[in-house]
Design a protein around this ligand. Structure first.
Ligand SMILES: Cc1ncc(COP(=O)(O)O)c(C=O)c1O
Length: 449
């Protein structure tokens, strides 16, 4: 009994000593396992936050950019066929820099589009979505202190990627030329003098995105030529994020900056099978460009991801082979998807105008930004606590009205967030019935005010 008591009190003492030791050493242990400095400031992700909001409140989701309808049958069947093929190797590791069938067809496609011969082995890298292509490009081409020019609003991952590579983002905002009445994404322009002023000897490159997310802007030949001239003058790279290359609405045309004179040599272009074939969950992307620039991306890729899923690459390759065969026919998916989306774009523009917002009509992509401030008196922003008004607006609308949009200030640098606060971004690559539902919900809400 006594022995047990002694043991118990001894163990109590020793436990409390251990606890004390643990407490004493706690701060040291914590700082040892803190987020590394180069990742600090990158903790918040709009996608993580808004997916949680979706799961909790189950609104009609017009937020994240993906279709809510089936992908084209030819590519999904190609995936099933690849996974169940007699060729056992289609379920095993494939070539690290890209499955041979996929790089060959990508080289064929872009050789045709750029009117030059691309070497599939050295000028194309297959990645885990366009996301990894961006990551490998930025990691592979950034020395500490290198500056990257980024146009706002930007696809949100560019900035954390630059910062975690110890690079420095320099910002220039696209701004609407006029602020009254209906807007087109063509009205959103950059100030040429301001852009010129950002280039200097520390500039490693500029990241552009055309067709643009979230504005839908399709950069004109003249705008791209201006950017190209600056890149040549200052000997910088151009990273061209063209994941929406096939989503351009008549009469606009997508121009690849890599196709301009002397630009292929300094351009890395990024594409996405997720966006091309409406299979965002497949996460297959690529980068193409001259071998000496792609080499740096290969080094990052081989030491992180190494190789992408074989059956997915096989299926994407088959999809491309089939679309290239019918490239000149109206049923080619590259063109039919944009045709099918046009009425959805126009439906959404009308619906947002009917509710009282002022939409920017996109020339490309599948997002629409709209100025919501005319509805200011109908929403109780004070019920939300976020710093930026568009976060409060989108959260309040999700919880009280049941329609989710994305706050565009997430796509601006800290100092320019106010430029995005009056807008909301909606995605219109959704079934007609869901767009109709959005219209009914919003119109009912409007009539109750
Ligand atoms: C402009 C832009 N770039 C890159 C990506 C990422 O594409 P992926 O899904 O192929 O990684 C997206 C996805 O929404 C995007 O909008």
């Amino acid at each position: 009994m006594m022995f047990t008591k002694i043991c118990t009190s001894a163990s109590k003492v020793s436990n409390s000593l251990t606890t004390l030791r643990n407490i004493r050493s706690y701060p040291a242990v914590m700082s040892k396992f803190d987020l590394p400095t180069r990742l600090k400031g990158n903790e918040k992700s709009i996608w993580v936050e808004y997916i949680e909001l979706t799961l909790k409140y189950k609104p009609l989701n017009l937020g994240q950019g993906f279709p809510d309808f089936h992908a084209p049958e030819n590519v999904t069947k190609a995936l099933a066929a690849a996974a169940t093929s007699d060729n056992a190797l289609l379920n095993q590791y494939t070539r690290g820099y890209g499955h041979p069938r996929l790089i060959n067809i990508l080289a064929k496609l872009y050789s045709k589009l750029l009117n030059r011969t691309l070497d599939p082995t050295n000028e194309i890298l297959v990645t885990v979505g366009a996301y990894e292509a961006l990551y490998a490009t930025i990691q592979g081409h950034t020395n500490s202190g290198d500056e990257w020019i980024i146009m706002e609003p930007f696809f949100d991952c560019y900035v954390p990627m630059v910062k975690s590579a110890n690079g420095i983002p320099r910002f220039i905002a696209l701004k609407p030329k006029n602020t009254n009445g209906p807007l087109s994404s063509a009205d959103w322009v950059f100030d040429r003098q301001e852009l010129e002023g950002l280039f200097n000897e520390k500039t490693k490159g500029i990241i552009i995105n055309t067709p643009h997310n979230p504005l839908g802007k399709v950069f004109t030949l003249d705008e791209l030529q201006f950017i190209a001239n600056l890149a040549k003058k200052w000997n910088t790279l151009v990273v061209s994020d063209e994941v929406y290359e096939w989503l351009v609405y008549e009469p606009y045309k997508h121009v690849r900056i890599a196709s301009l004179p002397d630009m292929y040599e300094r351009t890395i272009t990024i594409g996405s099978a997720g966006k091309t074939f409406s299979v965002t969950g497949w996460k297959i992307g690529w980068a193409y460009g001259p071998a000496h620039l792609l080499y740096n991306l290969q080094v990052v890729h081989q030491n992180s991801v190494y190789t992408c899923a074989t059956p997915l690459q096989e299926a994407v390759a088959i999809g491309f082979e089939q679309e290239l065969e019918r490239f000149d026919r109206p049923d080619c998916y590259f063109f039919s998807l944009a045709r099918d989306l046009l009425p959805k774009r126009d439906y959404m523009a009308k619906l947002l105008s009917d509710v009282g917002m002022i939409p920017t009509i996109p020339e490309g992509g599948y997002f629409m930004v709209a100025n919501w401030t005319t509805l200011r008196d109908k929403v109780r922003l004070e019920e939300e606590t976020d710093e930026n008004r568009d976060y409060r607006f989108t959260k309040w609308m999700t919880k009280n009205v049941g329609v989710l949009g994305i706050p565009p200030s997430a796509f601006y640098s800290r100092e320019h967030k106010h430029l995005g606060e009056d807008n909301v971004r909606y995605c219109f690559i959704k079934k007609d019935e869901n767009l109709k539902k959005a219209s009914e919900i919003l119109m009912k809400w409007k009539s109750q005010q």
